[in-house]
Structure formats: C-alpha cells, structure tokens
Design a binder for this molecule. Structure first.
Ligand SMILES: [Zn+2]
Length: 311
C-alpha cells in the first residue's frame, strides 16, 4: 500500500486537557473511548498518525473576526473555569485543546492536498460545528470544520468544497459561515425539533438540511443521503469533501433521540468515500464533532475510519 492510499489519524495529547467540568458530557474520556477502541481493534496499524498543530490566528480569521479570536485567547483562565455560555466552559488546558482541534483540519487538508494520504480523520475535542463566527456555544469555540473548509478554498484555491454533517445536532455555526457562498455546499441531517433549533428556517440555496424526527433510524439517514444529499453533491461536483463526524445520533447516546447504529455510520461513510473516489480523487477530511456514549462513540468512530481506510 503506498502512502497516497493511506488514512491519516490526527490528534494531540492537549485534546485531553480541555476540562469543561466534572459532570460535562463533552469530557476527556471521549478521547480514550476512541483511542482504546482503535488500539484494541488493531486499527491504528493501518493509519498514519500525526499530532495536530496549533491553529494560527490567520487560519481562524478566515471564518472568525479578529476580535472574537482575541476574546477566546483572553478568556482562557489560569485556574478554575470560565463559562462562555451555560454549556461552554474553559479550563486552564482548554485554549491549547481548542487551537489543536482547529489546527487538526489545517494539517489534514495539507496532507490530503499534497497527496501524502488519501483521506484523514481528526480525533480532537472540543467540537466545533455550533461555533458561530463571533459566538461560542454548544461545547464549541472555533468552528473546526469551517476553518478547514475555508483553508481548502482560500489557501489551496479549490473552487467547490462540500461539508457533510451527520451529527445529531444541526451545525448552526457552519451554516452561518457558509450560507450563500458559492464555493461551499453543506449537506446535513439532524434531529428536529432539537438543539440548537436552526436549520429549518429559510436555509440558503447551498444548504441541504434534512431534519429528522425523534426516533429516526438508519433508514431515514439512507433516504436523506440518497434522495437529498447525493443529487446535490453530484450537481455541485465538490473537489474535496469535509465531514462533521458527530456520533451522537447513535441509539445508545442519550444526549438525543435518534437511533443510528455503527453499521449506519459505516454505510454513510462508504457512500461518501465512493463519491469522493469518483469525483475528487478520494479527498476527504473528517473531523470529530459529538458523541457522548463512550462505548458507542468508540465503536462508531472505528466503523467510520475503517471505511475511510478501505478496510
Ligand atoms: Zn451533537
């Protein structure tokens, strides 16, 4: 197997050091859940491992205003916890984790664009898709996936990139940043009605949002992907596909009320991988979003990355 056909796994020990509170569901153990599963299954033997770099201000500034970037740096506590919204808090270790999470997609995009790997998965926290241009919310500070997608467009000169978001929550921040920008197409499913309540009111023409009622299973994901996402993606012909890979729609995840299983994540990954192989040299960058049932998170991430790696 040559390097060009491998999958990068990007993470960093700093991602364990973001501590939003001892009872917070977005906890460091999420990283262990994925790591342990990848070790136990032997999956790491098939991946090229990289450490996530710290995002630079110029990388963040493609989607966040300078004032907001500075406010996150300034909010970082030297002790205790600083709340930016009721769900979203910083500990002394948070700032580095936040910058590693945002930097992971920059490295992933470089590795894929340079042909060093076929695709990449970023196992990082905190998540990013709720972060709006000037607002931290929903466990998110900087919008990791939008930072990466904007880098692909503005640094690498791509003219069309797609963002797929299968987290159980709607990616309101990503939508806010990418709406009505012709270089981007965003396709998503999410539980509705549910937090954060966005995604259904006059979405922009480059948004393919498919709200799913509570209790929806994998067949609803398949219907949305085949009937709504795929025609839009084929028409758009993305040069690269980014995935907001949240695994909190899993039936065992009590954060929300959808009922996906590992096989559904494998299925949707295969659909996107086959499409990427067909139209954009297989270029996929996937970044972890939610997933709060630790066992289900580990198994679902394994199923996702196993398909990315062609195993
Ligand atoms: Zn979520």
């Amino acid at each position: 197997m040559t390097a060009a056909f491998t999958t990068a796994y990007i993470s960093h020990p700093d991602c364990w050091k973001h501590d939003p509170g001892s009872y917070h569901p977005e906890r460091p153990g999420r990283m262990d859940a994925i790591n342990d599963r990848f070790i136990a299954s032997g999956l790491f033997d098939h991946l090229d491992q990289y450490e996530a770099p710290l995002a630079k201000d110029e990388d963040l500034a493609r989607v966040h205003p300078d004032d907001y970037i500075h406010s996150i740096h300034a909010a970082a506590p030297t002790q205790g916890t600083t709340y930016l919204d009721p769900d979203t808090a910083m500990s002394p270790g948070s700032l580095k984790a936040i910058l590693r999470a945002a930097g992971s997609g920059i490295l992933a995009t470089d590795l894929v664009m340079e042909g060093k790997v076929r695709n990449a998965f970023c196992s990082v926290r905190p998540c990013g898709h709720h972060a709006e241009s000037d607002r931290a919310m929903g466990f998110c500070f900087f919008n990791n996936i939008a930072v990466a997608a904007a880098y692909a467009v503005e640094h690498w000169g791509l003219e069309r990139v797609a963002v797929i978001d299968f987290d159980v929550h709607h990616g309101n921040g990503t939508e806010e940043m990418l709406s009505n920008k012709p270089e981007y197409l965003m396709c998503s499913i999410f539980q509705h009605p549910f937090y954060p309540g966005s995604g259904t009111h006059n979405p922009a023409s480059n948004m393919v949002n498919v709200p799913l009622p509570r209790g929806s299973r994998g067949d609803a994901l398949k219907k949305a992907a085949l009937e709504e996402w795929l025609p839009a993606l084929r028409k758009f012909q993305p040069q690269m596909i980014f995935i907001s890979a949240g695994f909190d729609a899993h039936v065992e995840d009590d954060m929300a009320g959808l009922a996906f299983v590992e096989a559904d994540y494998a299925w949707v990954t295969k659909l996107l991988k086959d499409l990427a192989d067909e139209i954009c040299d297989g270029r996929i960058v996937s970044i972890l979003e939610g997933g709060y049932s630790l066992s289900a998170l580990g198994r679902s991430a394994e199923a996702h990355v196993r398909v990315l790696a062609g195993l």
